[in-house]
Design a protein around this ligand. Sequence first.
Ligand SMILES: Nc1nc2c(ncn2[C@@H]2O[C@H](COP(=O)(O)OP(=O)(O)O)[C@@H](O)[C@H]2O)c(=O)[nH]1
Ligand SMILES: [Mg+2]
Length: 243
Amino acid sequence: MKAVVVIPTYNERDNLAKLVQSVLSQGENIDILIVDDNSPDGTGRLADEIAATNNRVTVFHRSGKLGLGSAYRQGFKLALEMGADCIVEMDADFSHDPTTLPRFFAMLDSYDVVIGSRYLNGISVVNWPLRRLMLSYFASVYTRVITGLRISDCTSGFKCFKRKVIESIELDEVKSDGYSFQIEMNYRCMERGFRIGELPIIFIDRHAGTSKMSRKIVREAVIMVWKLKFGSILRRLLGNGKI
Ligand SMILES: Nc1nc2c(ncn2[C@@H]2O[C@H](COP(=O)(O)OP(=O)(O)O)[C@@H](O)[C@H]2O)c(=O)[nH]1
Ligand SMILES: [Mg+2]
């Protein structure tokens, strides 16, 4: 089973080389696709250097910071072209522990989508300021209440999809540019009846670099859950099926 781990990067120079090494050492079946948005700190150049000496690493460069959601849309399309049997989403800052990857793959025996969850058995987040933790935790509660998603961590960015899941979703119609991409993908997976499993993970805040979370990203997510909800009601009324 070939896995492609898609890693979006924006100013992750101090994390990238170590992360790539750690991910690749989790299994010979794993390739990496880095999607860099012309990081001012030279992450893209470093990624090219790594790829030049390792044929399991591919880099896709974009012209500027276009958002996490759009980086994943692009990355998923390429991962399908690369022949991935499963596609992993993962942050570049070591908040997502690469040694968890084999457990994600094992869960694909029973599920089509596996979500690394911070809120499955209590709260397993280390070193986040309380404000950030509350934002993330209540974003999940809010999403669950409005959309009916039965997932304890709706915004997790550590996930694994079977190929057929990504193939079934029209990526150009996924609207989110920021972190609400995670919510939107979960929603689309639920609507299609895919089996969604959650794997407890320990999320540790980054040591190097800075967060790209912003008010704009939060606003987009707040509105997106309503768009998903009303879109779904409207389609049901019109008999148009799934998004
Ligand atoms: N290519 C790309 N990557 C991004 C963008 N925004 C965030 N990222 C990456 O997405 C991942 C998560 O971002 P991060 O800043 O750690 O978010 P936080 O963990 O929620 O604070 C990291 O690997 C970032 O480098 C973007 O606009 N484009
Ligand atoms: Mg992070």
